[in-house]
Ligand binder design. Sequence first.
Ligand code: GDD
Length: 320
Amino acid sequence: MKVLITGITGFAGSHLADYILENHPDVELYGVYRWRSRTENIEHVLHRFTNVECDLRDANNVRSVLDYIRPDKIFHLAAQSFVPSSWRAPSESLDTNIIGQVNIFEAIKELKIDPWIQIACSSEEYGMVYSNEVPILESNPLRPLSPYAVSKVGQDFLGYQYFMSYGMKIIRTRGFNHTGPRRGDVFVCSDFAKQIVSIEKKRREPVIYVGNLDARRDFTDVRDMVRGYWMALSGNCDPGEVYNICRGKCWTIQQVLDMLVSYSNVDIRIEKDPKRLRPSDVPILLGDNTRFSKATGWKPEISFEQTLKDILDYWRQRVN
Ligand code: GDD
């Protein structure tokens, strides 16, 4: 079986590659990556899969790469994934995320191949969630609060539309926040952990800069999340359908900060950095995973406490 991961050099992509290589040795694994992507996340497994350069925004490039691979399963994880970047350059997020996915779908249609496709949609699509709407079901209204969220709504609905129009076997997963080792240092858990480790190593003043600490997020370990992605394409999810993948428990960002600080032994001052505040921030994401758990039997296995400790250790090995 040929399996393709888009965005294999990224955070979730590299963990999914690890999961597949370890648990499904029969798989012929392919990855596509963008020119000049950093390869540090996959350096340790580069010899174990075929990595093909491809710009998903280039339709001809996508078609020729898919023609060469002809995958049985596609995990579409490549994206512009940092919410604040989408305010700075909205058209780039929309282009990469929406047009990149359209190019994949169109290539599949033209090549007349019939792979199972998982598309990584996002809990950010729910956006403005009210207190009487949690835990969030898949049927909740989508009220996106950032260009990034709009791009994910676009990907999500294109997944539905290509299933309805052409019968493509598309599974839409709405992943809630996931984190762990290798997480880019702009995302909150990694950002705070890296700051703490830099203070531990006396590389900076004992001050942590933060944004909105009142937001609440439902965090899952990335290793549980990618196992969920694999299960989504293992035959028990319905094509065209959408599934929340989440823990079903949320923490304020203040609590996340307190936990990380408690796993360190340095004295730290906390300072609000206005540059870290967003034009609009999603107040609460707390998901209901019943539909996905019932279909696949998935449940998270790694505690959030463990994940945060692993992130700190990851940065302790990297900050000099
Ligand atoms: N990054 C960051 N840095 N976030 C901060 C900070 C800070 O210093 N201080 C507070 N926050 C708050 C943000 O305002 C937000 O409410 C929350 O921490 C989480 O921020 P991120 O880690 O940047 O993630 P996100 O929730 O915006 O988006 C992530 O999750 C989505 C799924 O819900 C990303 O992984 C998206 O790609 C993903 O789709």
